[in-house]
Design a protein around this ligand. Structure first.
Ligand SMILES: Cc1cc2nc3c(=O)[nH]c(=O)nc-3n(C[C@H](O)[C@H](O)[C@H](O)COP(=O)(O)OP(=O)(O)OC[C@H]3O[C@@H](n4cnc5c(N)ncnc54)[C@H](O)[C@@H]3O)c2cc1C
Length: 228
């Protein structure tokens, strides 16, 4: 997959910090932007740390996501606090076999060959349907979850925090976890204060929603939650 942040709110840390400061200040909102940046970021971290995450809704981030599977994009679009534009299988010809191979299948030569063969059979059937005049909107029914897709997605800081909590978790499915981890890396570059403590729930809250006792982070998360 290729994940690129293509746009974001200018100065996301400072804009969010100004929103946080505004609530306790007589100063005009636009003047707050001129406060000392390091002080502003400290205030923001403290406010976000207390759970007042509405202030980071002012920061928006847009990603170009290329070459993920439809299995992954289906999980992605369950996150409703976001905007999406996805490549259409009605209007874009899918005639070339373009598919994701899960690492566990790729690692086994025999399995990978069988997988490739199944994919080529599927695309053979797709192209045969198209050739006899079946419209793409119907021929696509035969395409697999593995078929690659491209998406542009925009999310605000608060929705991203929730997304990272759920999808950076070691129990999240590997492909969406890889996507979330690349997105987290990208947002930390441009908004280090907002996302300083972003990550899976065991990191942000010291809790394990999955109750995943087989996870290497589990005992740490549970003892933090108990205050040990
Ligand atoms: C490990 C894992 C396994 C999963 N397995 C399954 C599965 O088997 N089957 C399945 O169907 N889904 C599954 N999901 C998807 C999951 O149930 C959520 O739909 C998905 O993670 C989106 O989360 P969200 O609703 O918090 O995000 P968003 O839709 O972005 O919402 C963000 C937050 O906004 C609030 N919100 C949004 N919409 C509403 C609303 N209508 N009413 C009230 N509050 C709202 C909530 O606080 C929510 O947490 C799984 C997710 C994970 C991480």
């Amino acid at each position: 997959m290729k994940v690129t942040m293509i746009a974001h709110t200018p100065n996301p840390d400072i804009v969010s910090a100004a929103a946080a400061k505004l609530t306790h200040s007589k100063t005009a909102p636009d003047e707050l932007l001129n406060d000392e940046p390091e002080k502003m970021k400290k205030l923001l971290k403290s406010v976000v740390g207390m759970g007042h995450t509405s202030v980071i809704e002012h920061a928006y981030f847009t990603f170009s996501i290329e070459g993920i599977s439809r299995a992954c994009s289906h999980q992605l679009v369950r996150h409703r606090m976001a905007s999406y534009s996805q490549q259409s299988q009605r209007y874009v010809s899918m005639d070339e076999p373009q598919y994701v191979i899960p690492p566990k299948i790729k690692a086994n030569h025999k399995l990978k060959n069988a997988y490739d063969e199944a994919m080529h059979n599927i695309w053979g059937a797709y192209n045969a349907l198209m050739k006899i005049g079946i419209p793409a909107e119907d021929a696509r029914y035969i395409l697999p979850n593995a078929a690659k897709t491209n998406i542009i997605m925009s999310m605000d800081g608060r929705a991203l925090m929730n997304f990272f909590e759920l999808r950076c978790c070691l129990h999240a499915q590997w492909e969406i976890r890889e996507l979330a981890s690349q997105m987290l890396h990208a947002v930390k570059e441009v908004a280090p204060a907002i996302f300083e403590n972003a990550g899976p729930m065991c990191k942000t809250r010291g809790e394990c929603m999955e109750k995943a006792k087989d996870c290497p982070n589990y005992p740490k998360a549970e003892s933090r939650a108990k205050g040990d």
